[in-house]
Design a protein around this ligand. Structure first.
Ligand SMILES: [Zn+2]
Length: 376
């Protein structure tokens, strides 16, 4: 009998396609209320958010996560109903099994176990749960954090239960994420007849060398915690569809995944410099979707490293890889943030699954981290 397995199943069976919560937070609130958590529901539009706190003292240790899941994709790729939790051999299958209903279940059961054993621990435990992580991420964690900042409710440590492990549970934890910075580049030329190029200015030809130079540029070398910044062009559009017309402009979309070794301002200046060197007439619209964040060595990372060593017998790797996460909203408040969760191999895929043995192990890891942070 595993309480974490049961709760994970109960959450998977609630088909919470982003931004729907489908009753997951009601179930979570009910569990936390029994532990005498103070529960606040903070819905924004279609998005359900939950802030729950046990205790009033500091330090405040928060478990954070999301109840929403990504779409299933074509159902014939699944061996079982994605919203009917199915145990097969050593694995629990279902949408959200790894991302991140098992993480949610493990943190709830860990808090239950910890509070029962240590009713007078010196500090507070919080839960920050949203149904808007897989979607726009505008009305979720960001809004709850804004509300907390407004009333000076300060998170000291935050554990996000996103899938982070690669082979063995705990072999990798995330201590930060790269930033994401989009650009929409328009290169202006002059439209004309393809037989009279001297009367036109072909923006496709004009852009080749500049785009190649942007693609080949080394933006930084990364640093101790971050891999080098990457630049990728995602879309190029030019041409009218006619075969005898030189188009008037070219549009290119590109994205930086950037480290803390460079700033957004530097990236903008360097892109403009390369384009100017090629004497292009251009406009760029920029959109910063997330700043990079990094938790450097602190009490939470140390606690996680020690617990993983003691329980799993391995040294965890501190990583900043992967996409962005809601940690980007929590870290700027000054909280130490890590992501520690189950195996990430099947997230967002058909037949998403989690190893059942990892469920109780993850629960125990979370509980032991609480013990270390509160010195109980
Ligand atoms: Zn997730």
């Amino acid at each position: 009998m595993s309480e974490t397995l049961d709760l994970t199943k109960a959450l998977i069976s609630r088909a919470s396609l982003t931004p729907n919560d489908s009753g997951c937070q009601k179930l979570i609130s009910h569990r936390l209320m029994q532990l005498k958590f103070h529960i606040e529901s903070m819905p924004v539009g279609e998005v359900e958010n939950l802030w729950a706190r046990h205790g009033t003292q500091s330090p405040l240790v928060v478990f954070a996560g999301h109840t929403d899941v990504v779409p299933t994709g074509p159902l014939d790729a699944w061996h079982s109903d994605p919203f009917f939790p199915t145990v097969k051999e050593d694995f629990l299958h279902g949408r959200g099994a790894a991302d991140m209903k098992s993480g949610l279940a493990a943190m709830i059961v860990a808090a239950e176990n910890f509070i029962k054993k240590n009713p007078n621990y010196p500090g507070s435990i919080g839960f920050l749960i949203t149904s808007d992580e897989e979607g726009a991420s505008i009305d979720g964690t960001k809004k709850v954090v804004e509300a907390l900042v407004k009333r000076n409710e300060k998170i000291d440590y935050c554990i996000i239960g996103e899938a982070s492990s690669e082979k063995i549970l705990g072999d990798q934890i995330r201590i930060g994420r790269r930033g994401s910075f989009h650009g929409k580049l328009i290169i202006h030329g002059k439209q004309g007849h393809i037989a009279y190029p001297h009367l036109a200015n072909n923006p496709i030809h004009a852009s080749f060398k500049a785009l190649a130079e942007l693609a080949a540029e080394e933006w930084d070398n990364g640093n101790e915690y971050f891999p080098p910044t990457t630049f990728q062009i995602s879309n190029i559009h030019a041409g009218t569809g006619a075969l005898n017309v030189i188009p008037g402009e070219l549009e290119a979309r590109f994205n930086f995944r950037f480290s803390t070794a460079v700033t957004v301002h530097e990236l903008q200046e360097r892109v403009a410099k390369i384009l100017n060197n090629h004497k292009l007439n251009f406009d760029i619209q920029w959109e910063l979707t997330s700043q990079p964040f990094l938790t450097t060595q602190g009490k939470l990372i140390t606690a996680a490293e020690e617990v993983i060593k003691e329980m799993m017998g391995i040294k965890t790797r501190l990583s900043t890889g992967g996409g962005t996460s809601d940690g980007r909203f929590i870290a700027p408040t000054g909280a130490e943030v890590i992501e520690l969760g189950p195996n990430l191999a099947t997230i967002h895929q058909a037949n998403e699954r989690v190893n059942i043995a990892e469920l109780d192990q993850l629960t125990a890891l979370y509980e032991k981290i609480l013990e270390k942070l509160f010195h109980t």
